[in-house]
Write a new protein. Structure first.
Length: 252
């Protein structure tokens, strides 16, 4: 059975940027793993960090269960995700323990440093997981993998880099048939919706996700899409596993 891991910064990030593609992979028999660097500990005006962390973990696990996925939290902290040894050790241990065929994370340029640092750490973890002399500090520790997995970057938030430039993609995935399921997954993150209402004045949490999906779909010639760019630098895999499995649309 093939395995996919989506490792992003916060609970709900995976649902927004890759939930539809993961749902489609699960329908094809893949084992799905959803992971967040943090438990969303800063995302509340009403609850303590420990209280909101518990709520967000439960919401993430509930969301993951809708596509029979397993949820993991690497237990970093909101606004304090750094490219440092503890973060890299946690990311490598996560990749090794799952040994995925395919990994999805944030793009290198995104609207907040938590996303960008996660992107860098996941990239390094994919590269370093096969190196047996990299010690994650865990006892017992997962064994080194025997491969570098396929690595994909999602679209940036709102489809733009930090300089307002449009995202650049190597493939689009049609998620029109699973947009309802993707919406149901995102709706599980109720505490995050309340936080966005209070902090950013952003309501219609699910509808905003759909709007982004329609914008990407218009570029791909479908109703709703998710967009990705494959990391193909040496020595990462060169074949497009995600596009070949789900049928990339809109390019070429």
């Amino acid at each position: 059975m093939k395995k996919a891991l989506a490792l992003m910064a916060h609970p709900d990030d995976v649902e927004i940027f890759a939930g539809g593609s993961l749902a489609r992979l699960q329908e094809k028999g893949w084992a799905i793993h959803i992971a967040s660097m943090t438990p969303g500990d800063c995302g509340s005006n009403e609850h303590s960090a420990s209280e909101v962390s518990g709520m967000r973990r439960a919401e993430a696990a509930k969301s993951a269960s809708l596509i029979q996925a397993t949820y993991h939290c690497l237990d970093r902290r909101d606004l304090r995700i750094f490219y440092d040894e503890p973060t890299l050790q946690a990311a490598v241990e996560c990749v090794r323990s799952i040994d995925p065929d395919l990994v999805i994370t944030h793009p290198p340029s995104d609207y907040m440093p938590d996303h960008e640092m996660t992107s860098l750490a996941v990239r390094a973890a994919c590269f370093g997981s096969p190196a047996p002399n990299f010690d994650t500090g865990r006892r017992p520790a997962a064994a080194a993998t025997n491969r570098i997995p396929h690595l994909y970057y999602s679209a940036p938030a709102g489809g733009e880099t930090i300089f307002g430039q449009p995202g650049t993609y190597s493939l689009f995935i049609d998620v029109s048939e699973v947009i309802g399921l993707k919406a149901d997954m995102l709706a599980c993150h109720e505490s995050q919706r309340r936080w966005l209402q209070q902090q950013h004045g952003m309501d219609h949490y699910v509808e905003e996700m759909k709007r982004w999906g329609r914008e990407l779909g218009s570029q791909a010639g479908v109703e709703y899409a998710e967009a990705f760019r494959q990391h193909v630098g040496h020595p990462y895999p060169q074949d497009d596993l995600l596009g070949d499995t789900l049928g990339a649309v809109g390019l070429g």
